[in-house]
Design a protein. Sequence first.
Length: 202
Amino acid sequence: MQKLRGTTEFGALLVPPGFRDWALHALGQAEGLDVGFNPDEPWENMTEVEQQAWQLRRNHIHRESTSAILFSALAVEAFLNTYGVIRMGEAYYQEHVERLSPKTKVSVITLAVAERLLEPSDEVLRAVDVVFKARNKVAHPKTEQADLYDSHALLAKEASAKRVVTRARESVQAMDRFFEEFSTIVPDSRFWMRSFADNGRV
């Protein structure tokens, strides 16, 4: 039987990079590009050059928004895995916790280190749910058939810059709520949260 480790009882750690700040940076890029952009711009009203510029800008918005969503999920899961290893040891964590879902990881870790039984309605779990639902939607894209003569309309509907930026904003906000809520439940985790923000922000 092992006891939980203290937050200073560890050897050398390879800590993942600052995914948290990367998510914020990507969202900032997407929001900046989104200013003044009309995802529903009538295709027939544009010249060929304007159409190309519209497509490039839309794709850039979509790419940065997608990056923000993915980095938000990476920040949460990387933190959970790192903090779990710190408190439980690498061997135990890998054997019993690492392959659990993110929500279950949160529940197991908070129960082990803070003796807190979480409910599905708790904000920390709701935040994780938002982050990983957005991540899963990006990671498992669906293909739909388009009318040969109306493909632009379908693209505008499904890849609307406004919609994807909104999803990215919601994901980043949920990521921040997760860190805030988790640190309230497990106060000694704040030190390690700084490892996931390049600027030291908690």
